[in-house]
Design a protein around this ligand. Structure first.
Ligand code: NOJ
Length: 566
């Protein structure tokens, strides 16, 4: 099906990415906020875990109103995280361990405290006025925004500024004004910032809301639609189909230009992964066209958020895999993401069931595509339900008027996460107070999840059957076996147990592995194994009976077999 050429794929397709939210990983100074020296002290852990690439949520200068997604200087490091020297050391230490570094590039907007915006808002004549999107309001009946466009987070995305009697546009929150990419100076400046970091040696960028770069120039209203909550796939939410504000056609040419900046750097090859919520068809458009057998000319990867809230059953995943294979065959590649800093952690969606989490990660690390692991996912850190009223998350504060019982109901149903603090609590390193995230005397910026005494790195290291060891074994296999990181994928057609079992084969040259996943709470005997099979991984420690007549799978057990056809 895919990769028929038998080439080992480029590093960014065979890697596994680990996302660090710097504020929450490791505090080295005692202020209760994670920092770069803290991260450096944990690089050996990440190397031992076996991930290949580390992506950092932003640590650039910022008033931290959205914890770094509101940048006030893209060429400096926020003092609470460290210095530029620390950052250079971080890049160096990661490379020294044979891993790669990905930074989070927030191109769509800056902080309203960025000197560019301060200058832009100062007068209509300012040389930076056109760096942001300023428009006159409508005045027919009182003061009104230029049109009906809503922000991603709800409410009008237009904000009135008295000083110059105009409105500025912000896709996200009011303190994150959008840059105007129709102004060529803006584009050049932002591309130079990208080069600045590439020159420092970073290996790639995660692109924040890259589907929001351009809006309709004529400012046409978005049409009404009967849908309140956003889904991961579509642009419809808050009763608006945002056709004029997200996934605008000019975005697709923009990402190609950005790609050519990345292509100025070839040794090693660098990569882009875009944060885009859209249908698979649109996502593929962001990756560009196939320009030769192993290259496209747009983003190297986009997140496929379809998996975030996928139902936990064989049918759902079989469908997802087959759709991904259809849209993202080589030279395209899917991505597999189950948690991040905006979403409910996967294990919380799985009701904290560790067997299910093991099955889930067996799928994630054996299927074709690039896996993204969110810090703490490897130890099964759950969401910590925290009150909206005292939230640090600005989106939660915007909605803090919603009664808590309603928030709990929505959160429990898994449909929305209103307080993103819930998934951003401190990394749990050990069972000491504050879970080893910061000193016992300090107060962490968010409270530690109360179950940290048994859900932490040290404890799970000591338990051979832990989720952490399951991740390590799978990551080792994925690194070692070309079939798992570069092989083709074929779904195995089952006659029996179709509802309960998902099975697929990965193949690279003569190496063939089969993955068998039991999504049901019943034990199942499988008879369909052909050839000689060797068990090379199981989510359970007890040996799985394997003989000529087949294999026995316990409830929610996953296994990997290497098959030999002689
Ligand atoms: C998407 C990021 O993932 C989110 O955390 C951030 O708040 C918004 N973009 C705004 O930058």
């Amino acid at each position: 099906m895919s990769n028929p050429s038998l080439e080992i794929l480029p590093w960014w397709k065979t890697t596994t990415v680990y996302q660090i939210y710097p504020r929450s990983f490791k505090d080295s100074t005692g202020d209760g906020i994670g920092d770069i020296p803290g991260i450096i002290s944990k690089l050996d852990y990440l190397q031992d875990l076996g991930v290949g690439t580390i992506w950092f949520s932003p640590f650039f200068s910022s008033p931290q109103a959205d914890h770094g997604y509101d940048v006030s200087d893209y060429r400096r490091i926020a003092p609470e995280y460290g210095t530029m020297l620390d950052c250079e050391r971080l890049i160096h230490e990661i490379h020294n361990r044979g891993m790669h570094v990905v930074l989070d590039m927030v191109l769509n907007h800056t902080s309203n405290q960025h000197p560019w915006f301060l200058e832009s808002r100062s007068s209509r004549e300012s040389p930076k006025r056109d760096w942001y999107i300023w428009r006159d309001g409508r005045r027919s009946r009182g003061r009104k925004p230029p049109n009906n466009w809503k922000a991603v987070v709800g409410g009008s995305g237009w904000h009135y500024d008295e000083q110059t009697d105009q409105w500025y546009w912000a896709q996200f929150l009011p303190f994150q004004p959008d840059l105007n990419y129709r102004n060529s100076e803006v584009k050049q400046e932002m591309f130079d910032i990208v080069r600045f970091w590439l020159n420092k040696g970073v290996d790639g960028f995660r692109l924040d809301i890259i589907n929001a770069i351009y809006e309709d120039e004529a400012l046409r209203d978005n049409p009404f639609v009967l849908k309140l909550f956003p889904s991961e796939e579509y642009e419809k939410s808050f009763f608006q189909n945002r056709i004029h504000t997200v996934n605008h056609s000019d975005n697709f040419a923009f990402v190609k230009e950005l790609r050519s900046v990345m292509d100025e750097y070839s040794d090693p090859e660098r990569f882009l992964v875009g944060e885009v919520a859209a249908s698979l068809e649109t996502l593929k458009r962001y990756c560009g066209e196939e320009i030769n057998t192993n290259q496209t000319n747009g983003l190297h990867l986009t997140f496929l958020f379809q998996s975030l809230d996928a139902d936990f059953d064989a049918h759902t995943f079989r469908n997802l895999i087959s759709r991904y294979e259809q849209y993202f065959a080589e030279p395209y590649s899917p991505t597999w993401v189950f948690s991040n800093h905006d979403q409910m952690r996967r294990i919380s969606r799985l009701r904290n069931d560790v067997d299910k989490a093991k099955l889930n990660v067996t799928l994630q690390l054996t299927v074709r595509g690039v896996p993204y692991i969110y810090y703490g996912e490897e130890i099964g850190m759950p969401n910590h339900r925290l009150p909206l009223k005292t939230a640090q998350d600005p989106v939660a504060l915007k909605y803090s008027w919603i009664p808590q019982f309603l928030v709990n109901l929505l959160t429990r149903s898994g449909s929305v996460l209103l307080n993103r603090d819930d998934c951003r609590t401190p990394m749990q390193w050990n069972s000491s107070p504050n879970a080893g995230f910061c000193s016992e005397e300090s107060e962490p910026w968010l409270p530690v999840e109360p179950r940290y005494e048994t859900i932490n790195v040290d404890y799970e290291e000591s338990q051979p059957n832990s989720l952490l060891h399951c991740y390590k074994s799978l990551l080792r296999l994925r690194r070692q076996m070309p079939a798992l990181h570069s092989g083709s994928l074929h779904l195995i057609n089952l006659f029996l147990h179709k509802k309960s079992i998902l099975s697929f084969e990965r193949k690279y040259d003569k190496q063939v592995v089969q993955i068998w996943l039991n999504f049901s709470d019943r034990p199942i005997q499988i008879e369909e194994i052909q050839g000689r099979a060797e068990l090379i991984f199981s989510t359970r420690r007890e040996p799985t009976p394997l003989n000529n007549t087949g294999i026995h799978l316990e409830p929610f057990q996953g296994i990997i077999l290497e098959t030999h056809h002689d």
